[in-house]
Design a binder for this molecule. Structure first.
Ligand code: NAD
Ligand code: UPG
Length: 336
């Protein structure tokens, strides 16, 4: 199948592009490269542009009348920034996404897969896995923009007789096992990114943001999903959507199904990396939740998908990718 992939130069989008190519599909990538690195689009069918620009969207749908689905990854994803600049997040993640969706519907491309997030849930650190109908409580403009677009997508699919799906990702870790993509930010804010940078810089202090949450060791709980398992969920979702003959909208959790606390994660990282990192406890980070983990039974049942890669594998792949990416960036910077 030929698929329009927005945000295909980003961490997850580029990894899904590789999974699509491996499975024999034909991705067409649209990305502004405002965040994703240019190295990620080498060798791909690529359009540089904005998802809110209907001219470029018209051109893509005109150039590729055989597009069968849209996979929509392009978004702003920084939770803290979204608290400071909420209108920017609603503009990028909600209104521009609607321009994209309407263009797809107008072009007759009526399968639309959307990257949503576990951050939409009310996550109190309980021992229960979150189901798709568990209560929602988006604490940031980022999470709210994602939940609002889920509703826009559901209603638009019904109006047009189209098929839509929102995959609610939990916390992606790791890299493409063939090392074609991985996390690329110089100054990551997320847990594994911080630990990986410390490790490759020879060690240092790692601060856990709070240990007074209602979890088994007081540190927040998350569900870490290997990005390659996440990519495979997209392939399964695409096949499922392609087989549907009538309008439908689905929401699906994509996580590992296991809750791991930040302290447990840091401990596992130290064991895998052997890096001389000292773990200290600092203050809570604003906007953080106690967290939870996914009940993935719906994705298993409906998509026939299940995760296979371990936490340790995610950490190992992240460390390997970091070495490769640093070497590549240094080389290209030196060459310029
Ligand atoms: N990374 C996570 O932890 C996580 C968790 C849950 C959900 N998600 C969702 O997954 C998707 C991909 O996340 P990621 O980690 O790969 O992020 P990323 O920042 O690496 O990738 C996003 C890509 O979209 C592009 N982009 C941004 N705005 C654009 C616009 N208006 N027009 C065209 N291109 C634009 C960027 O240049 C970038 O290449 C996002 O929708 C995000 O909300 C991510
Ligand atoms: O130096 C650090 C960095 C993070 N953490 C903690 O680690 C946990 C995970 O944080 P992070 O890796 O930043 O992920 P989340 O805040 O859970 O958010 C991620 O996961 C969401 C899905 O659950 C996505 O929507 C977001 O885009 C993505 O950043 C949180 O409790 C943080 O407080 C620390 O203790 N120290």
């Amino acid at each position: 199948m030929k698929i329009l992939v927005t945000g295909g130069a980003g961490y997850i989008g580029r990894t899904v592009v590789s999974a699509l190519l491996d499975a024999g599909h034909a991705p067409v990538v649209l990305d502004s490269l405002s965040i994703g690195p240019i190295e990620f689009i080498e060798g791909l069918i690529f359009y540089k542009g904005d998802i809110g620009d209907s001219q470029i969207l018209d051109k893509i749908f005109y150039d590729h009348p055989d597009l069968e689905a849209v996979m929509h990854f392009a978004a702003l994803i920084d939770v803290e920034e979204s608290m400071r600049l909420p209108s920017l997040y609603y503009s990028e993640n909600l209104f521009k996404a609607q321009i994209l969706l309407n263009s797809a519907m107008a072009a007759g491309v009526n399968r639309f897969l959307f990257s949503s997030t576990a951050a939409v849930y009310k996550a109190g650190g309980s021992g229960e896995g979150l189901q798709e109908n568990s209560p929602v409580d988006p604490l940031s403009a980022y999470a709210a923009s994602k939940l609002m677009f889920e509703r826009v997508l559901a209603d638009t699919c019904q109006e047009h007789g189209a098929v839509g799906m929102a995959l609610r990702y939990f916390n992606p870790i790791g890299a493409d096992p063939k090392m074609r993509s991985g996390a690329y930010r110089d100054d990551p804010s997320h847990l594994l990114g911080r630990l990986t940078k410390l490790s490759t810089r020879g060690g240092g202090l790692f601060s856990i943001f709070g240990d007074d949450y209602p979890t088994r060791d007081g540190t927040p709980m998350r569900d870490f999903i290997h990005v390659w398992d996440l990519a495979q969920a997209h392939i399964a979702a695409l096949i499922f959507m392609a087989g549907l003959r009538e309008s439908r909208f689905e929401v699906m959790n994509v996580g590992s199904g296991a809750g791991v606390t930040v302290r447990e994660f840091a401990q596992t990282f130290l064991e895998v990396s052997g890096a001389p990192i000292d773990v200290v406890v600092g203050r809570r980070r604003p906007g953080d939740s106690a967290g939870a983990f996914a009940d993935t039974s719906r994705a298993r049942l409906v998509l026939g998908w299940s995760p296979h890669l371990s936490l340790q594998q995610g950490i190992t792949d992240s460390l390997t990718w970091e070495e490769i990416w640093r070497a590549r960036s240094h080389k290209s910077k030196g060459a310029n």
